[in-house]
Write a protein that binds this ligand. Structure first.
Ligand SMILES: Cc1cc2nc3c(=O)[nH]c(=O)nc-3n(C[C@H](O)[C@H](O)[C@H](O)COP(=O)(O)O)c2cc1C
Length: 275
């Protein structure tokens, strides 16, 4: 089977696949009007699947992406724009968690949601570590405190910048300001020297946070933890990250102890319009 094919009977010559191709490697055959791939463009193809997904009649196939891998979309999205906006507004960073663990399948489904995040050139460089065991999540928080204790000794300036004295004092009083007692933690990483790594990672983590919200699972970025992993060999080893891997970010996950009853205000729309 050739890399790109279009079925002559099914193809309506609408040109959608040609126009939607991000790297312009599809053209219309001069005689038949059928879409075809420019000769020798296989390596340029991003394997984004848009040509197949946009085809109304199912005429297009791409060899590396078997047809059964494409899920049909309902004609109309099930959610209205008002519902979608309310969904986005109602997501909050959750910092008080129930100890009840999130089922494995729900965590897997949240990760799958994040896998549809956009990425530069569809490279999809983000990999995940999911800390499922609540005891291990707690252990990681404790390791961050260990790192902070060393930082306070070795680099007081930086320690001051991160406010580690207060975080350590809170920990000693039984208050976890690092991972907030969350039962789970999702960590996104890429190979080092990946272009757009932090951007791709942040988008994937944001998708993860929204997917969690859709499952009524609370999430919160774990900023202190991210700083610590970038500096601490012990934490990297615990997570199985090698020197060539870069942590993009992490999200605490768990069922929120409280529901939110209002959407907090924002200060106007920080946008300039050029019209
Ligand atoms: C990169 C990043 C790092 C963050 N780190 C932490 C953190 O370590 N601990 C925490 O409680 N919240 C953290 N947050 C959450 C923000 O404080 C939160 O998004 C902000 O206050 C707005 O609240 P909302 O998410 O509920 O709208 C972080 C957010 C981002 C984007």
């Amino acid at each position: 089977m050739s890399f790109f094919t279009a079925d002559a009977d099914a193809c309506k010559r609408c040109g959608a696949c040609i126009q939607e191709c991000p790297v312009l490697i599809l053209i219309a055959d001069k005689e038949t009007g059928m879409p075809k791939m420019r000769t020798g463009s296989e390596d340029v193809c991003l394997r984004c699947g848009h040509c197949v997904a946009v085809c109304k009649t199912g005429a297009v196939s791409l060899a590396p992406m078997p047809p059964e891998g494409f899920v049909p979309l309902e004609k109309e999205l099930a959610v209205t724009s008002d519902q979608a906006e309310l969904f986005l507004r109602s997501r909050r960073s959750i910092r008080c968690f129930k100890q009840r663990p999130v089922p494995h399948d729900t965590l897997a489904s949240i990760l799958r949601g994040a896998d549809w995040a956009p990425s530069a050139s569809n490279r999809r460089p983000v990999r995940w570590v999911m800390v499922e065991d609540p005891n291990k999540t707690q252990q990681l928080a404790s390791m961050v405190i260990d790192w902070m204790t060393t930082l306070r000794r070795d680099d007081p300036e930086l320690a001051k910048k991160y406010g580690v004295a207060g975080l350590i004092a809170a920990w000693r009083k039984g208050q976890d300001c690092i991972l907030r007692g969350a039962p789970h933690l999702a960590i996104a990483y890429t190979d080092e020297h990946t272009d757009w790594s932090d951007v791709d990672g942040s988008i994937a983590l944001t998708y993860l946070e929204l997917a969690a919200h859709a499952h009524k699972v609370g999430a919160c970025w774990a900023g202190y933890f991210i700083h610590a992993v970038r500096e601490s060999e012990a934490l990297r080893e615990f997570l199985g990250l090698n020197d060539g891997q870069h942590i993009c970010g992490a999200q605490m996950l768990g069922y929120g102890r409280y529901g939110y009853h209002k959407v907090p205000m924002r200060n106007g729309l920080p946008a300039r319009w050029i019209s």
